[in-house]
Design a protein around this ligand. Structure first.
Ligand code: C2E
Ligand code: MG
Ligand code: MG
Ligand code: MG
Length: 293
């Protein structure tokens, strides 16, 4: 087969490449079965309101435990799911699982909190995504205002602009929230921020990392926060790892923060306890927010 394909392509079939391709195909097949086998789970990372210290929501993050290889990070399996098209089913599954989970927490008497779910571009580009979302909301009984969909700048790379803006408008009409994820890590054309119905901007971890020591990074971060507020969006800072970073974010009037300084993503059965441990015990107005040092 390699011979027939001609000389120019021979390198594709060298053993090392073939092995990598095999591995990818195998991972793709395994991933497809992982949902049914329970090897795929949703973890939850708390999002903290910097004004009150309360946990206002959780971001749902997929976790895959491979039967032989152990945990495989999303940075490895999400691209495979995207290149095989599996992300559409996977995305649907995690959306449903997260909405169902928040509804179950509320039914158990736990506080109503926002659930943020990551959405890949293919989910928006293909098919009736607003129908998928409204069906999931109806089936799980989650109030729309408690769902936030996180979209990335990669949504805007190609020529499907019309489709994208239509779908975002339809989603917004459902009463859910839309967040622009990983802001600053990608294409960063500011134009779409004014044209599309985003409620929230999530500042990428790379902009938060180093603010405690690098004055230029502080200025940039302060500017992004002011810009977002000026456009009527709230701001979530991702990846705060130090108490000093939390102090600076508070000083810059950032609304919400998510990071290891408060908690890593945890399994569903741990999440309510972790949230309770983060929240201030007394009247939140009586003391400033401080992360553990
Ligand atoms: P993301 O949506 O930007 O999610 C935030 C990532 O930052 C998560 O990584 C989280 O664990 C990590 N993080 C949060 N706080 C800190 C911190 O203080 N320090 C450090 N070093 N990292 C922190 P994770 O769970 O590995 O996910 C990586 C990416 O994979 C996500 O980035 C998202 O783009 C994608 N992903 C995860 N779950 C899904 C999913 O259900 N659907 C889609 N489409 N993508 C997903
Ligand atoms: Mg996200
Ligand atoms: Mg992000
Ligand atoms: Mg990301």
């Amino acid at each position: 087969m390699a011979k027939e394909a001609g000389r120019g392509r021979a390198q594709l079939f060298e053993p090392i490449y073939a092995e990598a391709v095999d591995q990818k195909l195998d991972l793709g097949r395994r991933l497809r079965r992982a949902v049914e086998s329970g090897d795929l789970t949703t973890h939850y990372q708390p999002q903290i309101d910097l004004k009150t210290g309360r946990v206002i929501g959780f971001e749902a993050l997929l976790r895959w435990s491979h039967p032989e290889r152990g945990p495989i990070p999303p940075s490895e399996f999400i691209p495979i799911a995207e290149s095989t098209g599996l992300i559409v089913d996977l995305g649907h599954w995690v959306l449903r699982d997260a909405c169902r989970q928040m509804r179950a927490w509320m039914d158990a008497g736990l506080p109503a909190r926002t659930i943020s779910v990551n959405v890949s571009p293919a989910q928006i580009w293909n098919g009736d995504f607003e129908k998928v979302v409204s069906t999931v909301l109806a089936e799980t009984g989650l109030p729309p205002e408690l769902l936030c969909l996180e979209l990335t700048e990669s949504l805007f790379v190609d020529h499907t602009k019309q489709k994208v803006s239509h779908t975002l408008a339809a989603l917004s009409k459902l009463g859910i929230q839309l967040a622009l994820d990983d802001f600053g890590s990608g294409y960063s054309s500011l134009g779409y921020l004014t044209r599309l119905p985003f409620n929230c901007l999530k500042i990428d971890r790379t902009f938060v990392d180093g603010i405690a020591t690098v004055p230029e990074k502080r200025k940039l971060l302060g500017g992004i926060i002011a810009l977002s507020h000026g456009l009527g969006m709230s701001v979530v800072a991702e990846g705060a790892e130090l108490a000093e970073e939390v102090d600076l974010l508070t000083e810059f009037d950032c609304d919400f923060v998510q990071g290891y300084v408060f908690s890593k993503p945890v399994a569903a059965d741990e999440a309510p306890g972790v949230a309770a441990g983060i929240e201030p015990k007394r009247d939140p107005r009586s003391r400033p927010i401080r992360a553990a040092r």
